[in-house]
Design a protein around this ligand. Structure first.
Ligand code: ADP
Ligand code: MG
Ligand code: ZN
Length: 481
C-alpha cells in the first residue's frame, strides 16, 4: 500500500524588538550568562509585567503579511509548567484570543506548482532561558538571558505532504519576516525553530493519522532528515499492524534518529488561564491601517515582476531580491539610468561578490543608487572600461556612500584611453617582444590571439577600450609582416 505523509508546523520566531516582551531588558543574543535579566523576566514574586507594544506592531505586520484576520481584542494567557529554564514556572502565551488567525500564503510545491498553505493562528509568547550541561554531564548551568524574549508562534494547518514543501514554507517565512524587518530568522542562532507534527495515512484516505511532534529542529537539512526518518518509522509501524503513539519526540541530528521525550500533553495539562497580571488589549483600526501601509512587496513577488519587466533570469532575480535594501538599491538604480543589463552585471559580479568576499553584512551596504547609476552610465558611454570600472566600483563600495566618482577616476588616471597611437605602439611592442607566438599566429594558430590581447590590455592597465584594442591588434597581426 502507498502512504501519504501529512505535516503541520509550529514555528517559533524571535521578534527583533530591542527589549523583552514584558520588561526593558535587552533581547541581544549571547552576552555573559544572566546579565540580560531583571526581577520581572526571572519571575520574582510581586513584580508586574508591562507589555511592549513594539512586539504587537511586529506581530500584526506578520499577520497581515500572511493574510490573517487580526484579533482586535486580544489578551494573554498563562501556561503553567515547570522547567528549569523557566523560573516563573509558567509562560505567558496566547491561547484563547491569539493576535492573528485564519491566514494563508503561497509556496512553490515540489512539482513546481503553486500551493496554498493555511495558517491556523499566530500568537505572541515569551521565550524560556537555556540549560547548559557540563561536558561530564554531572552539572547543569542556567542562563536566563533569553527568558522573556518575544516570540511569535506560527501554527499552520496540516497542509504539507513532504519536506520540500516544509522548507519552501520556512524559506518564504524567513524571507517575508526579513523584508518586514521583524526577525532575522537565523536557524543556527535559534531565532527561528520549527516543531514538526507528522502523521501518515494510506493514500486516498481522508482521515488524519495519529501524529507525533518533533520539537525545535534548527536547520533546513535537519528538517529534511527528521521528516524522512519519522515518516519511514511510522509507515513501518502501521504496515506491521501497529499503532502510532501520540508523543513528543526529540530529533537527534547527529545520531540521525528521533526518540521519545514524553507522551503528548494537551492544553488541559497546562491549566491555562487568562493572565491576571495583564489587562485585555485593544487594537484600533488606525493602528492596523498603519501596519498594513508598511507592508512592502515581498522578495518572491518582486523577483517575479523583475523577470517580467526587465527579463532577468530566475537565478538573477532570486539573488537580487534576497535582501530588501539591496533589491531596492537595484530597482532605484535601474530607474535612474535605465540600463538594467549593466546594473545587473555590476550588482551580481561586483556588489554580491564583494559581500561574499569580505563577509560584509548586506544591511551595511551604503552604496547610493545615484552613484551606482552614474557609474553604470560611465561604463556604458565608455568613459570607463569594465576593467578599470572594477577599481572604481570597489572603491565606491568601500566608501561610506559619499563618493566622488569623477574625482576618483581623475586621481587614479582611470579614464578609457582614446589614444589610438598609444594602442598601436603598444600592440607593436608586444608583438616584437613575442616573436614565437607571432610566428605561430602567422602560421594559422589563431588561438594565440587571446595571449596578445591579454598582454596589450595588461600593458595599458585595463584602460583601453577592448573593442579598439581588438580592432587594431587584428589589423596589425593580419596585415603587417
Ligand atoms: P495541539 O493543540 O494538540 O497542539 P493543534 O491542533 O494545535 O494541536 O495542532 C498542532 C500542530 O499539529 C498544527 O501545526 C497542526 O497542523 C498539526 N497537526 C494536527 N494534527 C495533525 C496530524 N494528524 N498530522 C500532522 N499534523 C497535524
Ligand atoms: Mg498547539
Ligand atoms: Zn527583564
Amino acid at each position: 500500500m502507498k502512504y501519504e505523509t501529512v505535516i503541520g508546523l509550529e514555528v517559533h520566531v524571535e521578534l527583533a524588538a530591542k527589549s523583552k516582551l514584558f520588561c526593558s531588558c535587552t533581547t541581544k543574543f549571547g552576552g555573559e550568562p544572566n546579565t540580560h535579566c531583571c526581577p520581572v523576566c526571572t519571575g520574582m514574586p510581586g513584580t508586574l509585567p508591562v507589555f511592549n507594544r513594539k512586539v504587537l506592531e511586529y506581530a500584526v505586520k506578520a499577520g497581515l503579511a500572511l493574510n490573517c484576520d487580526i484579533t482586535r481584542d486580544f489578551r494573554f494567557d498563562r501556561k503553567n509548567y515547570f522547567y528549569p529554564d523557566l523560573p516563573k514556572a509558567y509562560q505567558v502565551s496566547q491561547l484563547y484570543a491569539p493576535v492573528a488567525v485564519n491566514g494563508h500564503t503561497e509556496i512553490k510545491g515540489a512539482d513546481g506548482n503553486a500551493k496554498v498553505i493555511h495558517i491556523h493562528e499566530m500568537h505572541m509568547e515569551e521565550d524560556a532561558g537555556k540549560i547548559i550541561h557540563s561536558p561530564d554531564g554531572k552539572t547543569a548551568f542556567l542562563d536566563y538571558n533569553r527568558c522573556g524574549v518575544p516570540l511569535l508562534e506560527i501554527v499552520t494547518e496540516p497542509d504539507f505532504r513532504n519536506a520540500e514543501e516544509v522548507n519552501a514554507f520556512l524559506y518564504r517565512l524567513r524571507s517575508v519576516f526579513k523584508y518586514l524587518g521583524i526577525s532575522d530568522c537565523r536557524m543556527e542562532e535559534g531565532s527561528m525553530r520549527a516543531d514538526v507534527n507528522l502523521s501518515v495515512r494510506p493514500e486516498g484516505c481522508e482521515e488524519l493519522g495519529t501524529r507525533t511532534e518533533m520539537k525545535n529542529i534548527n536547520s533546513f537539512r535537519a528538517i529534511e532528515r527528521a521528516i524522512a526518518y519519522e515518516s519511514a518509522r511510522q509507515i513501518k509501524i502501521v504496515e506491521n499492524g501497529g499503532r502510532i503513539l501520540q508523543e513528543t519526540l526529540r530529533w537527534d541530528n547527529v545520531a540521525g534518529y528521533s526518540f521519545s521525550m514524553r507522551s503528548k500533553e494537551e492544553a488541559k495539562d497546562y491549566r491555562y488561564f487568562p493572565e491576571p497580571d495583564l489587562p485585555a488589549f485593544h487594537l484600533t483600526r488606525e493602528e492596523i491601517r498603519l501596519c498594513r501601509a508598511a507592508i512592502p512587496e515581498f522578495a518572491d513577488e518582486k523577483a517575479e515582476r523583475l523577470m517580467q519587466e526587465i527579463s532577468l533570469s530566475a537565478d538573477d532575480a532570486r539573488v537580487i531580491t534576497e535582501y530588501r535594501n539591496l533589491a531596492e538599491l537595484f530597482e532605484d538604480t535601474v530607474k535612474l539610468c535605465n540600463a538594467p543589463g549593466e546594473v545587473r552585471f555590476w550588482f551580481t559580479g561586483g556588489l554580491l561578490s564583494y559581500i561574499n568576499e569580505t563577509g560584509t553584512d548586506p544591511e551595511d551596504i551604503t552604496l547610493l543608487p545615484e552613484n551606482f547609476a552614474k557609474f553604470a552610465g560611465l561604463v556604458l558611454n565608455k568613459t570607463l572600461t569594465r576593467e578599470s570600472g572594477k577599481k572604481v566600483f570597489r572603491a565606491m563600495l568601500e566608501s561610506d556612500g559619499d563618493f566622488d566618482i569623477r574625482g576618483f577616476i581623475k586621481e587614479n588616471g582611470l579614464e578609457t584611453l582614446d589614444d589610438e597611437d598609444l594602442i598601436i605602439t603598444t600592440v607593436k611592442k608586444i608583438i616584437e617582444e613575442n616573436p614565437k607566438p607571432y610566428d605561430q599566429y602567422r602560421n594559422g594558430e589563431t588561438k594565440v590571439y587571446g595571449f596578445f590581447a591579454g598582454k596589450v590590455m595588461k600593458e595599458l592597465k585595463g584602460r583601453a577600450d577592448p573593442s579598439s584594442v581588438n580592432r587594431m591588434l587584428k589589423n596589425i597581426l593580419e596585415n603587417e609582416s
